[in-house]
Design a protein around this ligand. Structure first.
Ligand SMILES: [Zn+2]
Length: 121
């Protein structure tokens, strides 16, 4: 995968700030209804527990963005074979991985990377 950006450090900073009391749950558990719905219905379950409420309710949702995708830009990608289909059909697009807790609405961008024919092989 090309152009991969890992947001683990940024996430850790937010969580640390929350634990220190600098941020409240209201500040960081603000998933939009649409994101919550996507996480609940088609999100991939993660083994880790939620860093905020410690429940085993973490889900991962992937979005794709790109000019070439036109109407598909901004859509949630599910399942995996749809990603492969997009990779075969478009030269370049960006995939955002968002971590969401369906219990407390914690959400954070986990990673972002480029996909498409330009980067295959
Ligand atoms: Zn949670």
């Amino acid at each position: 995968m090309r152009g991969i950006t890992d947001y683990t450090l940024a996430k850790r900073a937010v969580i640390n700030e929350f634990r220190r009391g600098g941020l409240t749950r209201l500040d960081i558990c603000d998933a939009q209804p649409e994101l919550m719905r996507a996480a609940r219905n088609i999100g991939r379950a993660l083994k880790r527990t939620c860093p905020v409420c410690t429940c085993s309710t973490l889900r991962e949702v992937r979005y794709v963005f790109g000019d070439q995708l036109k109407d598909l830009s901004g859509r949630v990608v599910y399942p995996d074979n749809w990603v492969s289909e997009l990779v075969d059909s478009y030269d370049e697009f960006r995939c955002y991985v968002v971590e969401v807790c369906i219990e407390c609405s914690w959400n954070h961008l986990a990673a972002c990377y480029l996909l498409g024919r330009s980067f295959a092989g």
